[in-house]
Write a protein that binds this ligand. Structure first.
Ligand code: PHB
Length: 392
């Protein structure tokens, strides 16, 4: 008798489990190590979007399996992705701050046919490494190429300083191309170690070259504040050198730590928490309501927020039963005219994000430092590196 009841209960449980779909996302990001403060922005953004859109999921549950890749650490990221795919049988991979980690994970996405939503890592080549990769963040070419073009109209000479890894190399090349095509002259380019560079030595080299502008890319987070402080302490501003770069160098969450040395720094980027478009105001307000009045989202958050949006769309269209190839087709057709950063879309040919790029200046707004958008320097920008590759 007891046996029969247990069996019946097991059958009932079995059927319910089969109807209530669960989508498992293997979410790998950085909660420790270099710029480990960025991971929580990514996770919070995904959770916020899922909470806001829960009702649209028709009862499908989304389970986020969060893992710490401990910073730029490709071996760790590969191992975590493998475990998530093989043992936890995730339907999707997502997250990833750092390019080397995304590069290490791409072959796993291909082998296992698991769609992989990149929410930050910005080196152009990443999306070419697997047909199962889609990117909702940015490329460094999208910001640094228009930055170079813009800078050539204002300045005669430039120097470039970048972190010595994928996105730094892209930023250096893209800026240099835009700047020299516009008639500017590059006086030099230096690549500094990703971790703990000897700032004084590198900044001195730049100071001695006396460029009109210094373009910098370093990964957002604490490194951005280190650059800002060293630039000023070593007197480059007083020597009349202007600091510019992609928006990573004035990342919104670090502005309060940078202080007034950041005032007047000009950057090109796709997202500012201070943007006044209504969709962004609503996003910032929802963020503060969820996480506290003193909390502000940043560009990592918006990449993840839109990354969650694309995932929700795939879940809705397939009623929670995700087929990898169908999912990729849905991703390729996705667009949103009203992202907090403005209109965005996925380029179906490259699976990379298409978005506007804004020129911004760090100013005080209500007593707080903010990246104030001045003008749109690029509309519906496709990754310029891929556009150039096509012409080759
Ligand atoms: C990257 O590794 O691709 C990366 C990291 C931090 C950034 C931008 C890009 O701010």
């Amino acid at each position: 008798m007891i046996g029969k009841i247990a069996l019946a209960a097991a059958l009932i449980l079995g059927t319910t489990a089969a109807t209530a779909q669960t989508v498992k996302i293997g979410f790998i990001t950085s909660y420790s190590g270099l710029n480990g403060n960025l991971g929580p922005y990514m996770e919070r953004a995904v959770r916020l979007y899922l909470k806001q859109h829960e009702k649209e999921l028709g009862g499908v549950k989304v389970e986020l399996l969060t893992r710490d890749d401990t910073g730029p650490n490709p071996d760790k990221a590969r191992q975590l992705a493998q475990e998530l795919v093989v043992r936890d049988k995730v339907n999707l991979l997502a997250g990833v701050i750092f390019t080397p980690n995304a590069m290490a994970m791409a072959p796993i996405a291909t082998e296992a046919k698991v769609p992989f939503v990149i929410m930050n890592a910005g080196t152009s080549v990443i999306t070419t490494r697997s047909p199962y990769v889609v990117r909702t963040s940015f490329t460094l070419w999208q910001s640094s190429y228009p930055l170079g073009q813009w800078a050539a109209k204002k300045f005669k000479t430039a120097y470039s300083l970048v972190s010595d890894f994928g996105p730094g190399h892209d930023s250096e090349e893209a800026f240099g191309k835009g700047f020299t095509e516009g008639g500017g002259k590059m006086l030099g380019a230096v690549r500094v170690p990703l971790q703990n560079p000897d700032w004084a030595a590198y900044m001195q080299r730049v100071k001695d070259a006396k460029p009109d502008v210094l373009q910098v890319f370093i990964p957002a987070g604490k490194t951005a504040t280190a650059v800002m402080k060293n630039f000023s302490e070593l007197g480059l501003d007083k020597a009349g050198i202007k600091l510019i770069g992609p928006g990573d160098i004035t990342t919104d969450e670090e502005l309060p730590n940078m202080g007034d040395v950041a005032l007047g720094v000009l950057t090109v980027h796709h997202y500012s928490a201070a943007a006044t478009r209504p969709e962004n105001k609503a996003f910032v307000e929802a963020w503060k309501k969820e996480y506290g009045a003193n909390e502000t989202p940043n560009f990592v958050a918006v990449g993840a927020y839109d990354g969650a949006a694309i995932i929700v769309e795939a879940i809705k269209q397939q009623k929670g039963k995700l087929d990898p190839d169908k999912t990729m087709e849905i991703f390729k057709q996705w667009k949103n005219p009203k992202s907090p950063r403005g209109p965005i879309a996925i380029d179906p040919e490259t699976r990379d994000i298409v978005q506007n790029e804004y020129l911004r200046e760090v100013k005080k707004v209500d007593g707080q430092l903010a990246n104030v958008e001045l003008e749109t320097v690029g509309t519906a920008v496709k990754d310029p590196w891929k556009e150039l590759q096509k012409k080759k």
